[in-house]
Design a protein around this ligand. Structure first.
Ligand code: CUA
Length: 361
């Protein structure tokens, strides 16, 4: 049934774990609206024929014109029906939305940088590719995406995923490919004259082949049997030696002076320590708190005064436009690598800022 409708509507193949359910919801919405419009059309046709004005007859007065039949019961039935339909729709839709938004625990993370007009991918071990995203099949992949210039949108029709990629912040998307193959990536947000050429490709490999690709050894049995050897393509200004994302993050953090205020060993200093920061609950002013995820860490770099860690003073400058998005990604990855370093405050919480000379700023 699903497959028949897919062919009927000329939809692309379903090659991710969510594609089938997304199509099902799509068919449900189409069928319900189609049924609704057919009903309206039929009623209009019936009424047109039944109540048309006969040619030679004078109009007959309607004896029931001033009489209203109590139709409360029918109204209740119709309203209840519509409400049920709406709720069903909403429940299916919201469950799918959550499933689509929240990546499974332990998903493989790949950083995506979009720019006019190409896609760049950085893998956790430091490998990078342009245009082609290599992933293992049957494994959840989480994309952490940002743009270097304008808004783009990462779209893989075969996976039924589409997510805006926005400069200055991170958006995420995840998917799990059901079988090895090559799948087209399109940009779904008009981003300039090269928009239509901003294409890419997801190559889903057997997990063992993916491991071999990561280890940089050529393998046989790919789509054309050839070896995938991607040349290293450095970002502008990044030395080829710094291919490891974490190392790159550490280097960028040192270069931009982050480490003058933030420690990485859990000790107290001017800014909150990065040790154990990622994934922790950060107390903010008043009773508010937030989770230190990619979004919060990125926001703290770009707009440091937006959410200040309780007990700290807003002395940090904004790094918006001062660090490249690729460096932002690397610094986030560096902070993530410190997530299990213990903090040195009593009970392991943030040790708090250093008060210089006993003066509380
Ligand atoms: Cu990038 Cu359209």
């Amino acid at each position: 049934m699903n497959e028949t409708l897919r062919r009927l509507l000329f939809l692309p193949q379903q090659r991710s774990t969510v594609a089938h359910d997304i199509d099902s919801l799509h068919y449900f919405v189409i069928s319900v609206t189609l049924a609704g419009s057919v009903l309206v059309f039929l009623l209009a046709a019936i009424f047109t024929i039944r109540y048309r004005h006969p040619p030679e007859e004078p109009p007959t007065p309607n004896p029931e014109a001033n009489y209203r039949r109590p139709a409360v019961l029918m109204e209740i039935v119709i309203l209840a029906g519509l409400l049920t339909l709406f709720l069903t729709w909403w429940v299916i839709g919201s469950r799918q939305f959550v499933r689509l938004r929240v990546a499974p625990e332990g998903a493989l993370e790949v950083y995506v940088t979009a720019k006019q007009w190409m896609w760049k991918f950085a893998y956790p071990d430091g490998k990078r590719t342009i245009t082609t995203l290599y992933v293992p099949a049957r494994t959840p992949i989480k994309l952490i995406m940002t743009s270097r210039d304008v808004i783009h949108s990462f779209y893989v029709p075969d996976f039924r995923i589409k997510q805006d990629v926005v400069p200055g912040r991170y958006t995420t998307a995840w998917f799990q490919v059901t079988e090895p193959g090559s799948y087209q990536i399109l940009c779904a947000e008009y981003c300039g004259t090269g928009h239509s050429a901003m294409r890419g490709e997801v190559i889903a490999l057997e997990p063992s082949e993916y491991e071999r690709w990561l280890a940089d050894r050529p393998f046989t049995g790919g789509p054309a049997g050839e070896a995938y050897v991607e040349p290293y393509t450095p970002e502008e200004g990044v030395s080829p030696q710094m291919i490891n994302l974490v190392n790159e993050g550490q280097r960028a953090a040192a270069e931009h002076g982050c480490l003058r205020c933030h420690t990485t060993d859990g000790s107290a200093h001017i800014g909150p320590t990065w040790a154990g920061l990622y994934g922790s609950i950060v107390p903010l002013a008043g009773e508010a708190q937030t989770v230190a995820d990619e979004a919060y860490i990125t926001q703290s770099m770009m707009d440091p005064t937006a959410k200040i860690h309780r007990g700290y003073v807003a002395v940090m400058p904004s790094f918006l436009g001062r660090i490249r998005p690729a460096e932002t990604a690397a610094i986030v990855e560096f902070i993530k690598s410190l997530r299990s370093v213990p903090r040195q405050g009593p009970g392991g919480e943030d040790p708090g800022p250093v008060r210089m000379g006993g003066i509380t700023p």
